[in-house]
Design a protein around this ligand. Structure first.
Ligand code: ADP
Ligand code: ZN
Ligand code: ZN
Length: 729
């Protein structure tokens, strides 16, 4: 039995007494059990007839909460595997995999309340009774008009307070109330509109994946944005649905991919379960139930939807598989939903399709190793030329407000030719620094090793790491002299472009603009409709929007990713450039992409320019092989934070000492303070373990995690294990 406790173990209980009362507890069902003085909701993981404890010390289950298991066998296996692989308490993994209401013991199946007229009630009604109670008579009227019975929800919709009348009718024996489990018929699925005729590459992809239905196989669908990947997802979903199977589609961030959800809604007339972090508890429970009963055959969601109970799962799709959002990098359980999706596919014997314009190096390595099959969409429908990439040397051109002269001239040209322009800068706000020109004071965050970003329109200073805010000072708090914003943010670029192109409408897309549902769609709409001609944006613009009239992309600063201590920084930069470049020239117009840099000779930029993402990936993988970084080795990080630097580092030093005793064949690296050691008032540090071999790493972690948890110094820190960390801060 798994209980939601931080203990890394299962608990044994006896079946409920008396035997035979209520459903038999089976794996995947929730039960209520005594735990010390409390009563907890737990989930049965296995049923055995032996225990390490003597029978007299075992307590019986109090109550079995589910009539059927919450999870099918594969989903439960996935959860057990997750606990094992990420060395996390099983009870917490299970609790995290279900909606909150279910953790508290709410029924897994939806129930429905009905009110029905009794024969006595019908007779009374015919005789014009009850004469004096107007409300009761009206309600009888409604029930009879509805065929003698109505759902409570329907009566609620009528708005009046009908319950009092209903209870009175019940007392008179004129009406009865019943509550039944709602057995909604499995949603019927209809294809609204046939898709376009597939291009040969799309057709080939659909055939190959389709041929793998009913068994595990992993595919990588590689194609730039607009190459028709979504169309392939839709066709394969159609096949799976026609075969009576459910489909699970994972996306990085639902708010940023409304278009994908819309495409599924457009294509299929079928209930869709959409699961993401923006839902209320009630919405999440409803979506989860729909997925489990099969009412919704299509389940779309972010990270945690990988655990969703999809009835008769037949296909898994992971869109934008390279996206870092698939990795949970906060909290206690740090899992990769992409990797878990592949594991789930293998447990459930179904194909999984990983789509991306820029597959991660891990995924490409799996292709090289023969574990995944690569399918490529080379052409865009109706157009074949990829956009032209060019570098602009920032050292030899005049630069005004972050924009080099050649880039400004190109903008002019494209705008005059009727095209639209995207200006990309991965930094929101007005300026990243506020500087005193007299004494050199820089506005710092009190709680982080970071500068405060100037937000001019809001007249605020904000920390992008901890959220701290302060009013924007007019004078230096240190010497009283004038202060000035230094550097470029999207807000400033937007203002500079408005001054340079005064007649051209501009829109901006970043987290400051997109604050609530619908904001994003509005910005996208202004571009798509042609109302706006210039789009200034951050990373947000890279996510799956279609701007058919966009012909020029300017990347203002490519240099942030070139010289980082994180071995994945180059990969992320290349992916960003390719994704941003993918916005240009999507209609029939050819696109142009200008990348501003101070390092035009950098080998990464050169390989990207000359050989595209493929060439870059080959070079980068070779570098990783030589340096023995993942995917050529396995990593795990222990991250710790504490009020003081000493506590964080001291804990990790002890953890290292303890691990060293059984770390033969592994490398322990650190502890080191994080690149930004102080964040939100806490000091962050990490310790890395590297292993050539996955198995050896996990054998080591198994023992080590228990040792670390038992350290005295562990009490003074917050720590978490991160298996396969994505970012090495
Ligand atoms: P991606 O998911 O790779 O960005 P989409 O599937 O969204 O690509 O396709 C881009 C555009 O091309 C969409 O408007 C889509 O309707 C259209 N499209 C896709 N496949 C075809 C096809 N075979 N014939 C015509 N148009 C297509
Ligand atoms: Zn000063
Ligand atoms: Zn801060």
């Amino acid at each position: 039995m798994a209980l939601d406790t931080p203990l890394r173990r299962l608990f044994d209980y006896l079946p409920p007494a008396p035997a035979g009362a209520g459903p038999e507890p089976l794996p995947g069902m929730r039960v209520r059990v005594p735990f010390g003085r409390q009563r907890l909701v737990g989930t049965v993981v296995a049923v055995t007839d032996s225990s390490e404890l003597p029978p007299e010390r075992l307590k019986p289950i109090l109550e079995v909460l589910d009539a059927t298991p919450l999870f099918d066998a594969h989903a439960l296996e996935l959860i057990l595997w997750t606990a094992d692989y990420y060395h996390h308490p099983i009870g917490e993994v299970l609790a995290g995999a279900i909606p909150k209401a279910l953790r508290l013991g709410v029924g897994a199946t939806e129930t429905e309340e009905h009110w029905t007229v009794t024969p006595a009630g019908a007779a009374a009604h015919a005789a014009g009774e009850p004469r004096r109670a107007k409300n009761q008579r009206a309600l009888l009227e409604v029930l009879i008009a509805a065929g003698g019975s109505a759902r409570a929800a329907l009566l609620d919709e009528r708005g009046e307070n009908w319950r009092e009348a209903a209870r009175a009718l019940q007392a008179r024996g004129f009406a009865g109330r019943s509550v039944a489990a709602l057995e909604r018929a499995a949603g019927t699925v209809r294809v609204r509109a046939a898709g376009p005729t597939l291009m040969p590459e799309q057709d080939d992809a659909v055939q190959q994946v389709g041929a793998a239905f009913g068994r595990y196989a992993a595919f990588v669908l590689e194609g730039v944005t607009g190459s028709g990947k979504t169309e392939v997802y839709l066709r394969l979903s159609e096949r799976a649905l026609a075969a009576g199977c459910g489909v699970l589609v994972l996306v990085p961030e639902i708010g940023l991919t409304p278009q994908l959800v819309a495409r599924f809604r457009e294509r299929f007339e079928a209930p869709l379960a959409v699961l993401h972090s923006g839902l209320t508890d009630a919405e999440r429970l409803a979506a989860w139930r729909d997925a489990r009963t099969g009412r919704a055959r299509l389940v779309l969601g972010t990270r945690s939807a990988v655990f969703a109970p999809v009835a008769d799962l037949g296909l898994i799709v992971v869109d934008e598989e390279h996206d870092g959002s698939f990795k949970q990098h906060e909290g206690a359980l740090r899992y990769s939903a992409r990797d878990l999706a592949v594991m789930r596919a293998s447990l459930a014997h179904v194909p999984v399709l990983l789509g991306s314009a820029t597959p991660s190096l891990e995924t490409l390595h799996n292709v090289d190793a023969g574990r995944y099959l690569r399918l490529r969409l080379l052409r865009r429908p109706g157009e074949s030329r990829p956009p032209l990439l060019k570098l602009i040397d920032l050292r030899s051109s005049a630069v005004e407000s972050g924009l080099a002269t050649p880039a400004a001239l190109a903008m002019q040209r494209h705008l005059e030719a009727g095209g639209q322009v995207l200006v990309f800068l991965n930094r929101r706000g007005f300026a990243p620094t506020l500087l005193c020109t007299a004494c050199g004071w820089i506005a710092p965050c009190r709680d982080c090793d970071a500068r405060l970003t100037v937000h001019l329109a809001a007249a605020r200073l904000r920390c992008h790491h901890c959220g701290a805010e302060a009013p924007l000072p007019q004078r230096c708090p240190q010497c009283g002299f004038a202060v000035k914003p230094v550097g470029q943010g999207t807000e400033r670029i937007e203002a500079a472009l408005a001054a340079r192109f005064p007649t051209v409408p501009i829109v901006r897309l970043d987290r400051d603009v997109v604050r609530k549902r619908g904001d994003l769609e509005q910005v996208v709409h202004r571009m798509v409709s042609g109302e706006a001609r210039i789009l200034v944006g951050t990373q947000m613009v890279t996510k799956g929007h279609d701007f058919p009239n966009l012909t020029l992309v300017v990347v203002l600063n490519a240099d942030q990713g070139l010289f980082s201590t994180d071995f994945r920084a180059a990969e992320r930069l290349a992916q960003t450039i390719v994704q941003v470049a993918g916005r240009a020239g999507r209609g029939t117009r050819p696109g142009e992409v200008l990348i501003q840099t101070e390092f035009p000779q950098h080998p990464l930029l050169q390989s990207l320019l000359e050989k595209g993402y493929d060439g870059f990936a080959a070079t980068a993988l070779e570098e990783r092989r030589q340096a023995e970084w993942p995917p050529f080795s396995r990593l795990a990080a222990v991250r710790a934070s504490a009020r003081t630097r000493e506590a964080a580092l001291g804990f990790l030093a002890e953890a290292r000492a303890s691990g060293e005793r059984h770390a033969a064949g592994l490398r322990l690296l650190g502890p080191v303070p994080a690149a930004m050691a102080k964040r939100a008032g806490r000091f962050h540090a990490q310790l890395l373990v590297e292993s050539r071999e996955r198995r050896a790493l996990h054998r080591f972690l198994e023992r080590w995690v228990a040792e670390i948890g038992a350290l005295k110094s562990a009490q003074r820190v917050r720590w978490a294990l991160d298996v396969d960390p994505l970012e090495l801060f």
